[in-house]
Design a protein around this ligand. Structure first.
Ligand SMILES: *[C@@H]1O[C@H](CO)[C@@H](O)[C@H](O)[C@H]1NC(C)=O
Ligand SMILES: *[C@@H]1O[C@H](CO)[C@@H](O)[C@H](O)[C@H]1NC(C)=O
Ligand SMILES: *[C@@H]1O[C@H](CO)[C@@H](O)[C@H](O)[C@H]1NC(C)=O
Ligand SMILES: *[C@@H]1O[C@H](CO)[C@@H](O)[C@H](O)[C@H]1NC(C)=O
Ligand SMILES: *[C@@H]1O[C@H](CO)[C@@H](O)[C@H](O)[C@H]1NC(C)=O
Length: 638
């Protein structure tokens, strides 16, 4: 044999040996050569980001080299140990968009994995197949009934299928005490997990703890299971994660692994930082607010608090020079205080997104019954512009708008005075069972009313007013059961005078148009999107997002679309109505609801068109195509 050949063989052998790993450590992934697919990316500071804000997609990241789990094909599986630090940052704090899993699989990146409840691991066809050779530990943030999940915040051991062999609510034991401390996976905080397998005891242990706490003595999950039939001689290791209709961003900060030994500890100081989440205002309150409050208290005591001062302070208002011109629209605080019996809880009508609303009676005014909305507001800067706007809105006059009578201003508090609507807000009639629900003709009447009010705001008044927060709870019913839109322009308050660097998206989840969330800009087409959600809500008697509904039914628009695509759209109509509705009107409302929900803002109808359809002055719109993609609803119509 020539020397050359020998060298070649030796080189090949060394290559092969070098290709397999029996351990590795990543403190951050900047210099790692992970095999990535789907949404997965390594950020410039070395964070492994498995998913981003794209919905219904998956992301995989695998260690590039295979790992040898058996000394020969028929040998039993060797022990292994791994630890990693991860964080799940949800889009909305109430609900995560599916979780993340550590996976050992026969190949890099699980090619057939589906997003959403499948976490990118498996799909409907291969779920449960013995040939999958998949071992996974899931950190799941959605409760999928089809896989018998215990809750929406659990850790599970999965073998070849999505249904866990063992699972527990996320948490950790402190010391040797058998009390579980709960952990919230979607807290956005980094946590460390350990997964260990003993080849001799044939036992799998999984632990979880907040970062810096260290490995708990008692594992969260302990399962006797022989992995020999599951693991092939060489396997690949990695992470898989997925988003659903709602997304969470899944990060892995560091990871180590070892065959036949303890995985090396991670050096927490070397781990990359998570991107900063919107800074909290609390600290300001403590550093500036607290000393100020204390000083004020001391001063007040020192100067002696007289009865006179108490009264004076009680009714103190903030009145600046520029406000003089708004004289007639300005109410005295004392007047409102008396009208609402001192803002008594008995007069509380409700608590909305912007503050509490009280009923009141004014003795000497034309309109005697009023509703007073107390809005707390921190900043003075925006107030002037906002009050100017409120006052100009006093000029808004339409029979489907709640009339705004005026305002009053105190320190950090703004009170808006509206005409009182005796029948309360619409959502009460849609959801508060079983009392009374509105019949179809009343609902249709309300829809037409709100549409014409919105058309007025968008096109008929002297300048364009974007409402920004259309939803059933902002629609009030007057004594004749006409729908009247309230709270117009209030969302603007959060634009004025807030930190210009943070774009606040004001509005309500489920009614927010995708482009509004993305750009933070409110437009009339974003209003149309919210109006579409409102149409479906009124027709179906369901909220635009129902966190308790089974997975696929979570988003109302998608649920209606699924009925529509089966040619049975009327099945979506509120079952409380029974057969008592007008088919043509119901079809029109659902169809308009879908058109308003189109992803492309310019594809949505305008309020002018909607009013014409609802009034029956033009033939119904004709749908040419409609399809639901991961990004949203696409379609065309004329
Ligand atoms: C990653 O790959 C590059 C080029 O392919 C190589 O230079 C580098 O050493 C590799 N890094 C690791 C940690 O394997
Ligand atoms: C998400 O990640 C994918 C893949 O890296 C990328 O193509 C896409 O633009 C990202 N989307 C967002 C919204 O960042
Ligand atoms: C492994 O086991 C199979 C069947 O159990 C047997 O046919 C085969 O010869 C064994 N191979 C080795 C290398 O022992
Ligand atoms: C499911 O996954 C398997 C394995 O990756 C793949 O071969 C198959 O095509 C997938 N099936 C579907 C319906 O995606
Ligand atoms: C932890 O969560 C469970 C439900 O998942 C609850 O029953 C228990 O009271 C919680 N414990 C603590 C200490 O919050």
């Amino acid at each position: 044999m020539s020397v050359k050949l020998l060298i070649l063989i030796m080189y090949a052998l060394s290559r092969q040996a070098g290709c397999e790993d029996n351990g590795f450590t990543y403190n951050g992934f900047r210099s790692a050569n992970l095999s990535l697919d789907g949404l997965a990316e390594v950020t410039s500071n070395g964070l492994l980001r498995l998913t981003n804000s794209t919905t219904k997609q998956k992301g995989h990241a695998f260690h590039p080299n295979p790992v040898r789990f058996k000394n020969s094909p028929n040998a039993s599986a060797l022990s292994f140990s791994t630890t990693f630090v991860f964080a799940i940052v949800p889009e909305y704090p109430i609900s995560g968009g599916h979780g993340l899993a550590f996976a050992i699989a026969p190949n890099r990146g699980l090619p057939g994995g589906l997003p959403a409840p499948y976490l990118g691991l498996l799909n409907r066809t291969n779920n449960g197949n013995l040939t999958n050779h998949l071992f996974a530990v899931e950190f799941d943030t959605v409760s999928s009934r089809e896989f018998d999940d215990i809750n929406d915040n659990h850790v599970g051991i999965n073998v070849n299928r999505m249904k866990s062999e063992a699972s527990k609510p996320a948490g950790y034991y402190v010391g040797s005490k058998p009390f579980l401390q709960n952990l919230t996976l979607i807290s956005g905080q980094p946590m460390q997990a350990w997964v260990e397998y003993s080849g001799s005891k044939k036992q799998i242990n999984v632990s979880l703890a907040p970062l810096y706490v260290g490995k708990p003595k008692i594992p969260l999950l302990s399962l006797s299971y022989d992995l020999t039939p599951i693991l092939e001689q060489t396997m690949y290791l990695g992470f898989s994660s997925a988003t659903g209709s709602i997304f969470s961003i899944h990060y892995v900060l560091g990871w180590s692994f070892k065959i036949n030994g303890m995985a090396a500890g991670l050096d927490i100081s070397l781990l990359p930082r998570l991107p900063r989440i919107v800074p909290k205002k609390k600290s300001k309150l403590l550093t500036i607010g607290l000393p100020v409050i204390l000083t004020v208290c001391v001063l007040a005591t020192v100067s002696g608090v007289t009865y006179y001062v108490v009264i004076k302070r009680k009714f103190a208002e903030v009145l600046e020079d520029w406000e003089v011109e708004y004289g007639p629209q300005r109410f005295k605080y004392k007047e409102l205080y008396t009208a609402t019996k001192g803002f008594s809880d008995k007069e509380l009508l409700g608590i909305g997104g912007f503050g509490r609303v009280y009923r009141g009676v004014l003795p000497n005014k034309k309109t005697t019954e009023i509703a007073v909305k107390k809005v707390s507001h921190e900043s003075r800067q925006g107030m002037r512009a906002f009050v100017a706007e409120v006052v100009s809105m006093g000029g808004l006059c339409h029979r489907n708008l709640v009339p705004l009578l005026g305002y009053c201003r105190r320190k950090r508090e703004l009170m808006l005075v509206y005409e009182y609507m005796p029948n309360g807000s619409l959502d009460k009639y849609l959801y508060d069972e079983p009392k009374c629900t509105l019949n179809w003709s009343q609902r249709f009447q309300v829809i037409k009313g709100v549409a014409s009010a919105l058309f007025y705001l968008h096109e008929e008044w002297e300048h364009v007013v974007v409402h920004r927060d259309i939803k059933a709870s902002n629609v009030l019913l007057d004594s004749e059961w006409n729908g009247r839109l309230g709270d117009f322009g209030l969302a603007r308050l959060y634009d004025h005078g807030t930190d210009p660097q943070t774009t606040h998206v004001v509005g309500t989840l489920g009614y927010l148009a995708p482009e509004h969330i993305r750009t933070g800009k409110a437009t009339t087409s974003a209003d149309v999107f919210a109006f579409g959600a409102f149409l479906l809500e009124v027709a179906c008697g369901r909220r635009p997002m129902e966190p308790k509904a089974p997975n696929e039914d979570f988003v109302l628009m998608e649920w209606v679309f699924s009925w529509w695509s089966r040619g049975e759209v009327l099945k979506a109509i509120d079952p409380k109505l029974g057969p008592n509705y007008v088919t043509e009107e119901a079809e029109l409302v659902l169809k308009l609801g879908l058109l308003c929900s189109l992803l492309e803002p310019t594809a949505r109808p305008s309020m002018r068109q909607i009013v014409m359809y609802l009034e029956g002055s033009t033939p119904h719109p004709q749908l040419l195509s409609l399809s639901l993609s991961t990004a949203g609803l696409k379609g065309s119509w004329r």
